[in-house]
Design a protein around this ligand. Structure first.
Ligand code: OOG
Ligand code: NI
Length: 457
């Protein structure tokens, strides 16, 4: 039988993202409400045709309604290694290293995502993937217990493993295998209300850290949120409040600006869910908060120089005021954020000239009169549009984690995590996100300059 490997990794990723979204709407109905709010806001803005949205015509708007990221938390290096192979079948590679120990969250993370422009345009689905740092459990007996529980579980179905191996061996999957692969992999992300530890162990794990309990106590790394992309996060946040969703008090990331940069995020808090413990008597009930919904508003990717300025300004804000989980100082926090970030240029030409953000170039209507980029831009021979940031922010991620863990998760100091040990577990190095944006910018400039040159000849 001659069956061709006719499913591209991008098609498999798109089916997987759609299947995940459908599953999560069923598991967490409030997420469905969130998607509706975001779609309303996006439709309204796109209809207005605002040119302040930092979008490239034909590219970034087309994918808005399908755009999502999700997050999972893994327990062992072996789980991370296998997950990397599964994601690779869908064209998702680990980009960036996020050290969350700085925020007292006992994990380190990467984002699995498509890396080039065409792949991102085809389907931008990303999964923020964390690996638990078991060494941060102080109590030795509890650490041994957690290690033993994790070692005993298998988070991948036999089919998921078999089809991943098959995809690797033959360089892809045909339509029927791809369909089976998506269904099999989805099982790993499904929620299971049956805990695989007893109530007493669960309580001990919760006391050590709520996140540790979430990772260790269940059969698999349930998807803990999915995040649609909105074009106006403040409007979407108001929409959440209006619909009675328990919204997080402040939006993480930079303040509202004319020229959006990086990533702004907010969430509704995790739902309280009933879980069942295994016991001789047929199981008792417990409570767990794990799964929530999030929205994001993406702006321009920053260069290392721009990112350093962002980090410096944010640190200045946070040295003065930290947003309280209760929301009581939210207004003061936002006022401070806006005041401090007035030092960050807020028009595209300045962001470009100062080398703070990455851009795609296009050809304007005017003829070329120079080889100087700034002169060509002034003359209208070249045009600019920002390259959208596709990654995450460690301080914001910590804020998202913490909004679902409660304030008690903040206090303890933790030793710095290690990128080397993370990459060893992953089985490959993480890709440098700056290099990806730099390459996109350079490719678009080269194309334009070649075209201008050809026109001049
Ligand atoms: C991941 C939180 C980080 C984001 O958007 O920054 C994240 C988690 O809670 O597991 O998803
Ligand atoms: Ni997220």
């Amino acid at each position: 039988e001659d069956r061709t490997l006719n499913r591209s990794p991008h098609e498999i990723r798109a089916s997987f993202a759609a299947a995940m979204s459908a599953m999560y709407k069923e598991e967490v109905p409030a997420y469905g409400t969130l998607v509706e709010i975001v779609e309303d806001v996006n439709e309204r803005l796109l209809a207005q045709g605002s040119d302040t949205l930092a979008l490239t015509p034909g590219e970034d708007t087309a994918r808005i309604s399908a755009e999502r990221h999700g997050a999972i938390r893994l327990g062992t290096p072996q789980e991370l290694a296998m997950m990397a192979r599964v994601f690779a079948v869908m064209g998702m590679e680990p980009v960036g290293y996020y050290d969350l120990s700085v925020a007292s969250v006992p994990v380190h993370s990467t984002a699995f995502r498509p890396t080039d422009r065409d792949a991102l345009a085809a389907n931008p689905f990303r999964v923020f993937t964390s690996l638990l740092r078991l060494e941060l459990i102080e109590d030795e007996t509890l650490r041994a217990k957690a290690t033993e529980v994790l070692a005993a579980r298998q988070i991948f179905t036999d089919d998921a493993i078999k089809l991943t191996e098959k995809a690797e061996a033959q360089g892809g999957l045909d339509g029927q295998d791809a369909k089976q692969f998506v269904a099999a992999v989805l099982e790993t992300f499904r929620w299971h209300p049956e805990a695989c530890v007893d109530a007493e162990t669960f309580d001990d794990l919760i006391k050590a850290h709520r996140l540790i309990a979430d990772v260790v106590s269940f059969k698999g790394p349930h998807i803990n949120h999915l995040t649609p992309r909105t074009l106006d996060i403040d409007a979407a946040q108001d929409g959440m409040v209006a619909k009675g969703l328990p919204a997080k008090a402040v939006v993480e990331g930079p303040p509202r600006r004319r020229c959006p940069i990086l990533l702004r995020q907010t969430a509704f808090k995790a739902l309280n869910e009933t879980i069942r413990f295994p016991s001789a008597g047929g199981g008792q009930d417990g409570q767990h908060t794990a799964r929530f919904g999030e929205i994001e508003h993406r702006g321009a990717a920053l260069t290392p120089k721009g990112r350093a300025l962002y980090d410096q300004l944010l640190a200045e804000v946070r040295a003065d005021i930290l947003p309280a989980a209760s929301g009581e100082n939210a207004d003061a926090y936002v006022a401070k954020l806006e005041a401090v970030f007035s030092a960050f240029p807020d028009d595209w030409r300045t962001l470009h000239r100062d080398g703070l953000a990455y851009f795609k170039y296009g050809l304007g209507a005017a003829p070329a009169n120079s080889t100087e980029i700034e002169t060509l831009l002034d003359a209208g021979a070249l045009t600019l549009s920002p390259i959208i940031y596709e990654d995450f922010l460690p301080v914001s991620a910590a804020g998202i984690f913490q909004s679902n863990l409660g304030d008690e998760a903040r206090s303890k100091d933790q030793t710095a995590s290690s990128r080397d040990s993370f990459e060893a577990a992953l089985g490959k190095p993480v890709i440098d996100e700056f290099a990806l944006y730099e390459a996109m910018q350079k490719a678009s400039l080269d194309t334009c300059l070649r075209q201008l040159q050809a026109d001049a000849d």
